[in-house]
Design a protein around this ligand. Sequence first.
Ligand code: SAM
Length: 222
Amino acid sequence: MFIDIFTLFPEMFDVPFGTSMMKKAKDIGAVEINVHNLRDWAEDKHKTVDGRPFGGGKGMVIRVDVLDLALQDLDSRIKNHDSRKILLSPQGPVFTQNKARKLSKLEHIILIAGHYEGFDERIRKHLIDEELSIGEYVLTGGEIPAMVVTDAVVRLLPGVLDPEATENESFSQSNEETNKQSYDYPTYTRPDKYKGWKVPEILLSGNHAEIEKWRKKSSKKS
Ligand code: SAM
């Protein structure tokens, strides 16, 4: 899979994408992630990517022309990919595990992280395929949302995790129609005795069939 991210703060991605599963996924070739500085497509000497809103008002707005140039440039370099352009925005539908699963089947996703007041509305209308929010709150920028979407998608790619790990975790059995979600079962590890806080006996019994039943019963459903 290919993931391209457009941002004004590419350095924010260095640590999250250079550690743990994201690093492993890149190292084994499951994903190629390219983080681009939107300023590289600004055409004036000050590298301006934003402007004051027409009609007045607070904040600065990301310009449609700069992002258009950036996306055209990417399109001209990457041919024949089944790609999706996604704008990170608190106004979009909320990102879910089902959505992560769907995105993980694509060949190429392009994530656009905003900053400041937001985007020129023509970006929404003409340049993107969809918007995604990571939750009903407002962050300073789309960088953390882009990391969240990338992490949730990349860990589902073949070879990144043991398939068992992703088949039986929270939301893995979620049903889009009924909106019912399943959560992971409770887990315990050593020490089995600590301050009188007990581990359920069944988990220490070695009876795998009974343990399986207990786990099914104990995983919470919403
Ligand atoms: N003025 C905008 C509004 O009220 O909807 C908020 C802009 S926010 C300060 C700057 C940028 O951060 C957004 O353009 C978006 O890219 C990103 N962002 C903030 N919260 C987000 C969220 N919950 N999900 C996805 N992106 C978010």
